[in-house]
Design a protein around this ligand. Structure first.
Ligand SMILES: [Zn+2]
Length: 276
C-alpha cells in the first residue's frame, strides 16, 4: 500500500481512537504532540537501522549474500545490538510513559477530586518495564518480514551473482524506507501499539486510584481491520483487577504489553469504566 494511503488510514484510526478517550481539548493536544514526537523518533531510529543493515549487507561476499542463515545473523545483530535496543527503548519510554500518566491523571481528576495522581506510582514503573519488553517482540516480527523478502530474492535469481544482486537491491530498498521493516508503516505500527497500551494502561490505573470504578468494559474499535477476537470481546465486562479474555490471551486492558504480541500489535480498542 502507498505511503499516503497508510498515513490516511492511520490518521482516521487515530481520530477515532482519540475521540474514544474522551479527553479535554488541552489533554488531547498534549497527547497528539507526544504521539507525533514518538512517531518521529521511531522513524529516525528505523532509518538508522535500515542504513546499518544495508551497510552490513554491502560488506558480505556474494557467497554469504545468498546464504539465508548468514543474512539472518546480520539482521539479528543490527536489530538486537545494544545501540539500537537502547535507543528504541528510550524512545518508547520518553514518548509513551507521559501518555500513560496523562491518561491516568485525566481519569482520576474527573472521578475523584480528593485524590491526586502520583507520577511515581508502582504501576507506572511496572508498565514502563512491560512496554520495553515489547521492543524485542516487535523487532522479531520485522525480522521475519525482512527474511521472507530475502528468501524470495534468493529464489528469484537464476545465477548466484544474480541472487546476490537481488538481495542487495532488497536491502537498499529497505534502507531507503521504500519497503521492508524500516518504513513509515512500521513506525506507525509501533506507535499505534504503544499508544494504545499507554492510554488504556493509564486509564485503568486512574480508575483504580479513584476507588470509584469497580469494573471495565472492552470497546473494540470499529472498522474491518479490527481482529475477530477483539470484535468478539466488545462489551465484555470484567472486575477492575481481573483480565479480559481475548482470543487465547488474558489482557488487563487493550494493548496490555504483558500479553501476546498477536493480540496487541496495532490494536486500537479502548475501555469504558463500570461503576456499581
Ligand atoms: Zn483491538
Amino acid at each position: 500500500m502507498c505511503k499516503e494511503c497508510w498515513e490516511r488510514i492511520a490518521k482516521a484510526d487515530d481520530t477515532e481512537f482519540l475521540d474514544s478517550l474522551e479527553l479535554t481539548h488541552a489533554e488531547r493536544t498534549v497527547l497528539e504532540e507526544l504521539y507525533k514526537h514518538g512517531e518521529t523518533r521511531i522513524v529516525e531510529i528505523l532509518e538508522l537501522q535500515g542504513k546499518a543493515l544495508h551497510d552490513a549487507i554491502l560488506e558480505l561476499s556474494e557467497e554469504l549474500l545468498i546464504d539465508i542463515g548468514e543474512l539472518g545473523k546480520v539482521l539479528l545483530s543490527v536489530q538486537s545490538g545494544d545501540l539500537f535496543t537502547v535507543q528504541f527503548e528510550q524512545a518508547v519510554y520518553d514518548a509513551f510513559t507521559p501518555m500513560y500518566h496523562l491518561a491516568g491523571e485525566s481519569e482520576l481528576t474527573v472521578l475523584n477530586t480528593n485524590k491526586t495522581w502520583s507520577t511515581k506510582n508502582k504501576a507506572a514503573s511496572r508498565f514502563a518495564k512491560n512496554l520495553k519488553k515489547l521492543v524485542p517482540d516487535m523487532n522479531g516480527t520485522s525480522a521475519d518480514v525482512m527474511t521472507r523478502a530475502f528468501q524470495k530474492a534468493i529464489k528469484e535469481g537464476k545465477t548466484p551473482s544474480e541472487r546476490a544482486l537481488l538481495v542487495r537491491e532488497i536491502s537498499a530498498a529497505a534502507a531507503k524506507g521504500d519497503a521492508g521493516p524500516f518504513n513509515m508503516e512500521r513506525a506507525i505500527t509501533v506507535s499505534r501499539t504503544m499508544s494504545t497500551a499507554a492510554a488504556n494502561g493509564g486509564k485503568m490505573e486512574g480508575w483504580k486510584q479513584s476507588e470509584v470504578v469497580t469494573g471495565k468494559k472492552w470497546r473494540s474499535s470499529k472498522g474491518d481491520r479490527t481482529r475477530k477476537t477483539h470484535r468478539k470481546a466488545n462489551g465484555q465486562v470484567q472486575p477492575l483487577n481481573k483480565p479480559f479474555e481475548v482470543g487465547k490471551s488474558k489482557l488487563m486492558f487493550p494493548g496490555d504489553p504483558s500479553g501476546h504480541a498477536e493480540e496487541i500489535i496495532r490494536c486500537r480498542c479502548t475501555m469504558q469504566s463500570v461503576m456499581e
